[in-house]
Design a protein around this ligand. Structure first.
Ligand code: SF4
Length: 628
């Protein structure tokens, strides 16, 4: 008898989603079966509007839910609703978030890849927990195979004012086994490569026909073989021909730095990436070993850092706060070590989300490392909109373990915000570089002393951020929404941005404190002039009068202590734009055109603090200085 199938895979955001790849995979896998499909659910919903699916659920035999950390609560709510509306419905759960003790909420749980699992269900041979065998034949592209469905989805997305991206794979599997990761339960496994011609055809189809805003390249290790160099060239050609995708994200391969740099150059020059994202997670060998990443060689990162600098590719390092084996001191060293390696422009820090099917969630590992987690609402910003209505997910964050306690966790977070503000966002980067390169003072020593000696000014931020973190730690249940209030105002931006704006508001006091401690007044004056703030007006410009030629010192990169000049050297700038590597990352300075303080602030935040993916290097410092 013909089966009617509905696939649900809501995204993380209300504003963007993906062409429903899992629906395409299932449709292609069940092509020879007697079944029809409803349009997939590729958008978020709430308790209030979940009834929009009632008619469809009445006409559905099998509901297939693709579960991730960000849609878990939604999928459970949909499963409950489906059973209420249609008691005969078969509910199938798959994806990385399905875990014990939730198996009984589903008629079938698919472990592993979907293709074989859904066929067992349609064949009637499936157990409650379905173990699918790994797919090895990837001749058919699920995208090309489901063109009409995808074009219909594009129309639906337009009506919903949602941007659509693609999830794209050119291979499956990962030879590594990082303890925190659950890459579709396909870690520590043989990598199955798709036929290269099929991949090229699929790239052409996606760019020509689907024209996605963003591209999430889902290979666990892009750059693992030379094939990925050819794929990069093909992607660049497709981008140049079609202008799509607008943005490209990928996970780099490990231990293949030469190929990684080559790929970064191809993608950067081809306009596909603005920054080179590099997952370092931590720099200490013993911390990496505790997460089974000991075989990933840290030395390669230093070379990658210098190669990226040489080729003008901005970087974006990703680190995980709260890894077993870490301590407050190691964490601080680790962030500073990435600066030593040449990664200055952006450090993205993620809390350690203990995924239910990751090796680190195994009871033996949890016991060994005495791991304590705390549920934290996954997407706090979304809840600001309508937190009574939104169904969201609390991620289980590691907040203490054998090697650090909750107090350490709080302090690690505070240290992180200071390092992001002072170094990535450049409030003190040049000063730190001078001490590093000319006097051999490690970044760690410099920043530790600065942060520990900011005094009352720093405490005002620290106390409020600490209070917020303590409230998170004390929250009673998984739906508690904890707002961050700073000086009585609800914070809707990144915490480090709050710190930057606060320090800029107290700019004179801040630099005076640093000057007292580090005593190179002329250098501090230079650093202070360099930093963008809301007082800067490009029509008037900014002039600095220096006793040492710091502009030359940093441009030449010889780092020889500049001599005290007989008379001051004067530089001026009227820089009116912040130039990123693409139009998307560039912005005009407009805040001087309004006297309305709120508007001023919002224009400054947008242009200077700006996009998350491209902030540090260019955005907070004035660059166009001329000797006058
Ligand atoms: S984090 Fe990356 S390298 Fe490590 S197991 Fe997961 S997919 Fe593989």
């Amino acid at each position: 008898m013909m089966k009617r199938i509905l696939v649900s895979c809501p995204p993380i955001s209300d504003d963007f989603g993906y062409y429903c790849y899992i629906d395409c995979i299932i449709r292609t896998s069940l092509k020879d079966y007697d079944c029809v499909f409803h349009p997939s659910i590729f958008y978020r919903f709430t308790h209030k509007n979940i009834s929009q699916f009632d008619d469809t659920l009445r006409q559905t035999d099998i509901l297939m839910l693709s579960c991730y950390v960000w849609n878990w609560e939604l999928q459970l709510a949909l499963a409950d609703r489906a059973r209420e509306i249609n008691p005969d419905i078969i509910v199938v759960g798959g994806g990385p978030q399905v875990h014990e003790p939730y198996y009984d909420r589903f008629d079938h749980v698919v472990m592993g890849e979907a293709e074989h699992g859904v066929r067992q269900i349609l064949d009637g041979t499936a157990e409650h927990v379905v173990h699918s065998t790994r797919k090895t034949d990837f001749e058919i592209s699920p995208y090309i195979d489901n063109r009409d469905m995808l074009l219909a989805q594009r129309e639906q997305a337009k009506a919903r004012k949602m941007a659509l991206g693609v999830i794209f794979e050119a291979n499956r599997g990962c030879p590594f086994a990082c303890a925190y990761c659950d890459w579709g339960s396909a870690t520590q496994s043989k990598v199955h490569y798709f036929q290269q011609d099929r991949t090229f055809d699929e790239i052409d189809f996606v760019c020509n026909v689907l024209q996605p805003s963003f591209w999430f390249h889902a290979d666990a290790n892009f750059g693992i073989t030379d094939r990925d160099i050819d794929i990069s060239h093909h992607l660049v050609k497709a981008k140049q021909r079609t202008s799509f995708p607008k943005a490209f994200y990928y996970s780099t391969s490990k231990n293949t730095w030469k190929r990684n740099v080559e790929i970064a150059k191809i993608l950067h020059q081809g306009g596909l990436i603005d920054t080179y994202n590099i997952g370092i997670q931590h720099t200490h060998k013993d911390v990496l070993e505790a997460s089974v990443r000991g075989n990933i060689k840290p030395d390669q990162f230093r070379i990658i850092g210098s190669e990226c600098q040489k080729n003008g590719i901005p970087t974006n390092t990703q680190m995980i706060l709260g890894m077993p084996g870490d301590t407050r001191a190691k964490w601080f060293q680790s962030l500073c070590e990435t600066f030593e390696w040449g990664f200055h422009s952006e450090t993205k820090v993620y809390w350690y989300n203990l995924l239910p099917n990751a090796p680190a969630a195994h009871p033996d590992y949890v016991k060994e490392w005495q791991i304590e987690t705390k549920p934290v609402i996954y997407n706090q910003a979304r809840l600001l909109k309508d937190h009574d209505e939104v169904i969201d997910k609390a991620a289980d964050i590691i907040v203490s373990c054998k090697t650090f306690d909750r107090e350490d966790w709080i302090n690690m977070n505070i240290d992180t915000k200071w390092l992001q503000a002072l170094h990535n966002m450049a409030l003190l980067r040049h000063t730190a570089m001078y001490w590093r390169f000319t006097h051999d003072v490690p970044y760690e020593t410099f920043y530790r002393q600065v942060i520990d000696n900011i005094g009352e000014l720093g405490e005002k931020f620290n106390e409020q951020y600490e209070q917020y973190l303590r409230q998170l730690l004390a929250a009673g249940n998984r739906t508690d929404y904890i707002p961050f209030l700073f000086n009585g105002e609800l914070v809707k931006t990144e915490v480090e941005d709050v710190l930057i704006l606060y320090l800029l508001e107290h700019k004179d006091e801040f630099y005076e404190i640093v000057n007292k401690k580090w005593g190179h007044e002329d250098l501090i004056d230079y650093q202070k002039s360099l930093v963008l703030d809301m007082d800067y007006d490009p029509d008037i410009g900014r002039t600095m009068s220096l006793k040492h030629d710091w502009v030359r010192y940093f441009n030449d990169k010889t780092y020889i202590d500049p001599p005290h000049l007989n008379r001051d050297i004067v530089y001026k700038t009227n820089q009116s734009e912040i130039k990123g590597p693409t139009d998307f990352t560039s912005s005009r300075m407009l805040w001087h055109k309004t006297s309305n303080q709120r508007r001023k602030l919002s224009l400054f935040q947008k242009a200077a603090l700006g996009q998350l993916d491209w902030r540090g290097e260019q955005r907070m410092v004035l660059k166009e200085w001329k000797n006058v």
